[in-house]
Design a binder for this molecule. Structure first.
Ligand code: ADP
Length: 404
């Protein structure tokens, strides 16, 4: 592989990695999972597409990263790009310096499950590879262009000014990539008004005007917005006092219920996996059918709401595991948007090959596209961009010093 960027996404007990070549055509990727347990292992794909499975009993994040990097070092990565969920008010990808690491630490109360895991990964790679430039790419950064009327909650002002309580939005890397790629395919690169629906285990929607996010469905945390695999999305905030007063639940139990036991899983009482629900519904399971209906209706409602942020709608992009693979969910969602002039082609929708990009409307009205997301590719691109900028700045200051 020529010059490449190693993309790392550290979770609490797992690390996803991908080595992405400069033109992004070659990938080596994998997942280190069950870290800290006897069952810790790395599963992935090596160059040439061969499967890799490696047992690393009791390995922690540092040991797993060391093993991953040992296996990849002969590819000579030029930089490391870290996916970081919450960047607080940071507006773009940043070179990791002590100050930026501190800003990530400060954003921890806003992403208590994610940012501490990212910091463990950053700490380990900084120690293991002090000579490599390392960059943090934030899920929240793309949404920092939202206007204040989209990101402020109708809550007392001091909660915003003193405690940073506002809407941030997430999945920014995916919404940015998909809207950029999709608008290019549509012949209006980063121009016009687009809606994106990123539908995976976590799901969110976004409105993009001339390449910039103007509103999105997730908020202070990734719980707000549309129905997800196990997350409720929007509920009446009084649910907290209702459950506390009537069932005696504490805040942790309520938080767990909203994040891990709700969404498709909660509605269906069966599964958080859309494939399982579609199959069950076909076999007559009414709860599964209702879960799918609520998912699509709420999704359409979110897209319709976000359209208020756009002067006009040029089209809609579907992405994520559900958005890329399920013609059924795409059709059902669009059927709940009758006032927008979308004209979905059943044939193009049903015949789109999995994992491919393509247009699925009849050619009249706003366009509808399926665009497979590429978060790793986007993180690699942003990492290269930051590293190039830093190199250019160093060169300029050397030149200025020579002149002086
Ligand atoms: P993550 O958010 O973890 O990256 P993915 O983007 O991989 O998740 O999406 C996972 C979701 O995609 C699951 O709900 C899965 O059921 C769904 N999915 C994958 N393939 C299909 C399919 N053919 N039809 C419907 N849903 C699918």
């Amino acid at each position: 592989m020529s010059t490449s960027v190693l993309v790392i996404n550290c979770g609490s007990s797992s690390i996803k990695y991908a080595l992405v070549s400069e033109r992004r055509e070659d990938r080596i990727f994998g997942l280190a999972e069950n870290l800290g347990s006897a069952d810790a292992r790395i599963k992935g794909v090596t160059t040439g597409g061969e499967a890799l499975e490696l047992s690393i009993p009791h390995a922690d994040h540092e040991k797993a990263l060391e093993t991953i990097l040992e296996r990849l070092s002969h590819h000579n990565p030029q930089a490391i790009g870290h996916r970081v969920v919450h960047g607080g008010t940071l507006t773009k990808a940043e070179l990791l310096t002590p100050e930026i690491i501190e800003r990530i630490r400060e954003a921890t109360p806003l992403a208590p499950l994610h940012n501490p895991a990212h910091l463990v990964g950053i700490d380990a790679t900084m120690r293991l590879f002090p000579e490599l430039p390392q960059v943090a790419v934030f899920d929240t950064a793309f949404h920092q262009t939202m206007p204040s009327h989209a990101y402020r909650y109708a809550l007392p002002k001091f909660l915003y000014t003193h405690h940073n309580v506002r809407r941030y939005g997430f999945h920014g890397t995916s919404h940015a990539y998909v809207s950029e790629r999709g608008s290019m395919l549509a012949g209006s690169f980063k121009q016009g008004g687009w809606l994106t629906a990123h539908l995976g285990n976590g799901s969110s929607t976004c409105a993009i005007w001339n390449g910039q996010s103007v509103d999105t469905s997730m908020g202070l945390t990734p719980l707000e917005g549309v129905v997800m695999g196990t997350r409720s999305g929007d509920v009446d905030p009084s649910i907290h006092s209702f459950l506390a007063s009537n069932l005696g639940w504490d805040i942790y139990k309520i938080d767990k219920m909203l994040n891990s036991q709700s969404g498709l899983l909660g509605l269906s009482d069966l599964s958080n996996d859309m494939r399982t629900l579609i199959e069950a519904s076909e076999q007559g399971n009414e709860d599964a059918a209702l879960a799918i209906e609520v998912f699509c209706y709420r999704l359409a409602k979110s897209l319709a709401g976000l359209s208020c942020g756009l002067p006009r709608i040029d089209g809609l992009f579907f992405t994520g595991g559900i958005g890329e693979n399920s013609a059924y969910i795409r059709e059902k969602t669009v059927s709940y948007l009758p006032h927008f002039g979308f004209n979905l082609s059943k044939d193009l929708n049903n015949n789109l090959k999995r994992g491919t990009e393509g247009r699925i409307d009849h050619g009249t009205g706003p366009q509808i596209w399926v665009v497979p997301t590429d978060e790793e590719g986007r993180i690699a691109k942003e990492t290269e961009h930051v590293v190039d900028e830093v190199k250019a700045a160093v060169k300029k200051s050397d030149a200025d010093a020579a002149i002086a």
